[in-house]
Each structure stands twice: as C-alpha cells, then as structure tokens.
Design a protein around this ligand. Structure first.
Ligand SMILES: [Zn+2]
Length: 236
C-alpha cells in the first residue's frame, strides 16, 4: 500500500504543470544549460562512450581491452622487424581468452615488483604467416604456414620487460635477434640482464607459459590445443 502511494505521488508530480524553476533549465538539443552555472557551462546528456569489443569474445581477447596497463607494440605492424616490412595493418594483440588471463596475471605479478610487460607479437593470423613465409621461406626463422605455430593458434607471445615508468629495459639483445646471445641459457651478459631474463622467465612459467631454447622473448601457453586461425582483426 505504501509502495502504491509513493507511486501515485510520483505520477502526480509528473503531471503537475512546469513551474518557473523547471523553465530555468532549458533543454537545447542534447544539452541542458543552467543559470546556476555560467552560460558557458553545459551538462551533456550523452552517455559516456563505451568501447565495445569488435571481435568474437568467446574465441579471442584483445589485450588492450582486458588490461590497458599492458603495453602493446606489435613489431610486425611496423617496419622495425627482421623482415623490414609492415605485416599487420595495425597493432593489436589478440590471444585466446585463457592465455590472455594468464598473461595478465603475470603482468600483475611484475607490477608489484616495479616492472611490467610490453607485447611485441601475439596471435599471428595465418594469412600473415604466409606473407612472412614468402619473404623468408626458411623454417629456422619462420614457421611453415601449412604446419602453423603457437602464434597462429593465439597461444604464444613475444614480449619484453618495461620499468615502472614504462621504459623498455635492456634484455641483452633486441627482439628477433638470431644468435646465441638471445638464448635464455646464454650467460655471458651483465648480471642486471641475467636477472631480468630470469625474472621474465620465472614469472611467465609461474603462470603456465613455457619458454624456448633460442629466444628470450618467446613464450607459449601450456593448455588446451587451440586451432590454427585465419582471423584478421579490424583496425580503428
Ligand atoms: Zn614468438
């Protein structure tokens, strides 16, 4: 009964003719001007812009949608890579959802220690793998697209460490350096670099990733077997 009475009061108040105080708030388009504030102050009625995912979230996660504190600098969206050519239209880091969550957990562990992750490559669509293969048809450097790789499945990452100011740290060699200096087991490096490599490896392993013998920057997620994918992401 009390609820009904309240409802009646609301309906009645809505039907009361507008008095002066209502007229003081003029509605112009989608904004309201109010004499309480200066004439230049306007209150927008527009909803704040929400960036909705533009991809199939049941199959993929865009790292920047998940966690904007993880830096993304996809080297194959630039000419700063070992084939010296732009392979992606734009820089977006896609991973399988479970892989993305594990990566975020690793990043959060690093944040507590004054570091963070910077993504250099993530899911690599197979049409892009073909482009790479056409440039470098050598399985020592590029996976054969017919066979595919963990990158083509959305379960591998190339990454490096940044400090708390977001500055990329020296890891001993650049990304995609081919030589023994890039091997995680290589020890003829300053202690500070060995310590960083160890921190990166141990943190990634603690969250379900494994490294490989020849690249300090490459890790793959040990989990379900994901299918190879041709998904090409949109650019905005
Ligand atoms: Zn890789």
């Amino acid at each position: 009964m009390r609820i009904f009475y309240s409802f009646l009061l609301i309906v009645m108040s809505c039907n009361v003719p507008h008095d002066k105080s209502d007229k003081d708030h003029e509605v112009k388009g989608d904004t309201i001007t109010s004499p309480i504030f200066s004439d230049t102050v306007q209150h927008s009625l527009a909803e704040p812009e929400v960036l909705l995912p533009d991809y199939d979230t049941s199959k993929w996660t865009d790292i920047e949608y998940l966690d904007s504190t993880i830096q993304v600098d996809m080297k194959y969206a630039t000419e700063d890579n070992f084939v010296k050519a732009k392979m992606y239209e734009c820089s977006r880091c896609f991973l399988r959802p479970q892989v993305a969550l594990a990566l975020q957990a690793a990043h959060r562990d690093l944040l507590k220690q004054g570091f963070g992750l910077k993504m250099l490559d993530c899911f690599r669509p197979r049409p892009i793998q073909w482009k790479l293969w056409e440039k470098v048809p050598d399985p020592r450097y590029v996976s054969d697209p017919r066979k595919g790789s963990m990158h083509n499945r959305g379960a591998a990452v190339d990454l490096t460490l940044v400090n708390q100011l977001g500055k990329e740290l020296d890891m001993g060699t650049p990304f995609d350096f081919f030589g023994p200096e890039a091997y995680p087991a290589y020890t003829n490096l300053p202690d500070s670099i060995l310590t960083r490599r160890l921190l990166l490896t141990q943190t990634m392993e603690a969250h379900g990733f494994h490294g490989i013998r020849t690249e300090w920057w490459h890790f793959y997620f040990v989990g379900p077997s994901y299918e190879l994918s041709d998904m090409l992401w949109k650019c905005y």
